[in-house]
Design a protein around this ligand. Sequence first.
Ligand SMILES: NC(=O)c1ccc[n+]([C@@H]2O[C@H](COP(=O)([O-])OP(=O)(O)OC[C@H]3O[C@@H](n4cnc5c(N)ncnc54)[C@H](OP(=O)(O)O)[C@@H]3O)[C@@H](O)[C@H]2O)c1
Length: 338
Amino acid sequence: MSYRVAIVGATGLVGRTMLDVLAERRFPIGEVTLLASQRSAGTTIEWNGRSHRVEALTPAIAEAGFDLALFSAGSAVSKEYAPLFARHGTIVVDNSSAWRADPNVPLVVPEVNGHRALEHRGIIANPNCSTIQLAVALAPIERLFGIERVVVATYQSVSGAGAKGVAQLDAELSGIEPTVRISQHPLAHNAVFHPIAGDGWSEEERKVMSELRRIMERPDMAVVATCVRLPFYRSHAEAVWVECRTTVELDALVEAYRTAPGIELQTDDYPTPRTVSGTDAVWIGRVRRDPSNPCAVVLWIVADNVRKGAATNAVQIVELLVRHNALSSSQRLAGAIL
Ligand SMILES: NC(=O)c1ccc[n+]([C@@H]2O[C@H](COP(=O)([O-])OP(=O)(O)OC[C@H]3O[C@@H](n4cnc5c(N)ncnc54)[C@H](OP(=O)(O)O)[C@@H]3O)[C@@H](O)[C@H]2O)c1
């Protein structure tokens, strides 16, 4: 069986990487339709040995009825178009934040709450990149010891903000005035925050805190995040302190990390954004017990934000649907009510 797939935002960082990941993992695509804004209409993308024309996203295309649409074109596009695609029988996996808080839309990390994907009503949300790697790393701790509180500081690359982030850092490192910006502060040789709202929190910090509780199905979990942008291109790192309900048995946790799907435990050295970029795993290092609290553990987590933090997670969701025979037409029509 092969599928008719639309990639919405195909010219972007995540869209192009989704195409790479689909090809690498030999996802059975019968026909692919590449969609972006009017700006890119008519350009071509080389994929799977062929040149594919990019088309402008329009309501008429949404009505064509694909098996699957992978969205990475920002929240506004997802809000407007994901329901249109879903209404025409297409299962949408959306990388934006548009649907992540909607109780009717599952928010899925396959290694943590994959079963939720099967409850979709036409749209499945891919979580925020920083949250995906955090959830994968915390799931074994939750299973073994039960989590009381998570304190996380992120060290995020500029590609987390898409092509604009990369362009601002590129320009600054070349000594040119940037024409696009993700921060009013310089990124080069600096540490900056995501835009901070009137209540003192950034949207990124809010996403990490609320999405983590939702994915781990622990609305009561205490989570506090400080999200920082640093001047490197790819992958996000996180320093995490986790307080548990019971004493942390370090040997049991290390053993769980050695066997958990999607996790690479690095003990000979520690993972860095440069060493893990281009991989699909969540890398964990520096696992230590808090000397001041036997129920707390400290770790360092690094993953490629564009791959596991977006494209790979989305493709894994789709693979999960295929494994459960949930991409067949009858299943889709039964599920689509949005
Ligand atoms: N970068 C990450 O690490 C990451 C991780 C998780 C989630 N995400 C989410 O994924 C989405 C895309 O991120 P990105 O990093 O790939 O951004 P990007 O590199 O800036 O790409 C944006 C894509 O959206 C398309 N687009 C913009 N406006 C459009 C419109 N009106 N109609 C149709 N297509 C439109 C762009 O097409 P044109 O080329 O024609 O402008 C481009 O293909 C965002 O929602 C982001 O929050 C990103």
